[in-house]
Design a protein around this ligand. Structure first.
Ligand code: ADP
Length: 151
């Protein structure tokens, strides 16, 4: 069974994340959307909220699981016996950043990272832009899935 983990902060999940996950669904038997917990980071949405947004949106998609984890992504992959990490690429900055992490992860744990290029119509979306728009009372309806809007 081919299983992949899609790790991230998902603060909150956006249509960019959804695009990557939906397009990866035919490639894997199971995708685990894993929210990494970093105690040094300040989040806008609580862990429960971030998890709820994802679970609600994918409630009818049996190939998707949602979990949370602490520490190294590669350690978590070993713990749950997953061989692939899924990541999205938006631009050259993402590529440079992700390249070093993927090469480190392969050296540390022989885990392959599978990259999908973002679709043109979601390439500009990031959780930080969503948070800025939300913080200033703007309309985020074209940027996030409906489960986030319900909040
Ligand atoms: P992290 O804190 O690990 O960057 P994010 O939640 O911001 O977590 O992102 C998780 C993954 O989703 C990363 O691989 C990121 O590149 C990807 N991603 C985020 N936004 C988009 C988007 N608009 N299109 C494609 N991939 C995206």
């Amino acid at each position: 069974m081919k299983r992949a983990i899609f790790p991230g902060s998902f603060d909150p999940i956006t249509l960019g994340h959804v695009d990557i996950v939906n397009r990866a669904l035919p490639l894997f038997d199971e995708i685990i959307i894993a929210i990494g917990i970093n105690s040094d980071k300040k989040y806008m949405f609580s862990l429960e909220e971030r998890k709820h947004f994802i679970e609600k949106y994918y409630q009818n998609q049996p190939k998707i699981k949602v979990t949370t984890y602490h520490g190294l992504t590669t350690e978590y992959c070993k713990e749950i016996d997953v061989d692939f990490i899924l990541r999205g690429l938006r631009n050259p900055a993402d590529f440079e950043f992700e390249k070093a992490i993927a090469q480190t992860n392969r050296k540390l744990a022989q885990i392959e990272t599978v990259f999908l290029l973002t679709s043109a119509d979601t390439a500009f979306i990031s959780s930080s832009i969503v948070r800025d728009v939300y913080r200033h009372g703007g309309d985020i309806s074209g940027l996030v899935p409906p489960s986030v809007l319900e909040k």
